[in-house]
Design a protein around this ligand. Sequence first.
Ligand SMILES: [Zn+2]
Length: 272
Amino acid sequence: MSNKIDLHVHPYFEQYNLENVVEAMQTRNLSAIGLIRYNLDHFEETRKIHCSLKAESDDLLIKVEKDGKPFYLLRGIEVLNEDFHLLVIGNTEGIKQGQSLEQNIEKALENGAIPVIDHPFVHATSPRKGICKEKRKKLSDVCKKYHNNIALEWNSYCIPWIRRMMLGNDANYDLEDFAEGLFWEAGDYVPVIADSDVHARNKSLLQEIGAGHIIIDGVDCSSGQKAILGLKEAIKEGEDFGYRNNKKCVSFTHFIRAFGLPLVLNLTKNRG
Ligand SMILES: [Zn+2]
């Protein structure tokens, strides 16, 4: 059986409960999601949320059963810094805002976690813009150093026409062009993985989780550690070998409802 996995979801448990997230996963046919918050690992709090469905968890994974099917929620964090944003899926110990990208990658690898540079072609502090030559060079150096031990993210919020309208770049196109260039010119393979980055500020916004996602056949989710290891190995094997990508953007309505125009124009505020 194939597992549809969206590693980048921002739930807002102040607005709804764990059952609502699992219901949305069921509707979207997702087996697993990464629980992400900016600069904050909220996994322990999430584990403690009362759930009327049968649930069990360990340090890295929450398993919830609904209608006889298991749904998995993985530990994760998104750290922001001046250069690039980084998702870490798995053990987040020692992952901090303010540490350099490489320090956080090293720490994630030491922890056996999965480091993903998310939306790498979106300027880290001015989201409407692309990245400058120096940052592109830095990204290239990091990719050449870590190869398939890291991944790059194709992001469902980078809707090409909206970015063009805001005089920005097509961040996903730039990413794919860059990753292909690395491979064909220098022989360096860094996997590109699709995810949604859905900011579900209210219950109805959960309906677009998994817009972008990866598909992996048969991940062993009997423990958090096994699940992370299985995912990590599948991603390392590469697209079309270890996993497949489903690259789909969120709808325009979702985008506007999730951020609203004022936030689109100033995305650094109201993060969750
Ligand atoms: Zn995010």
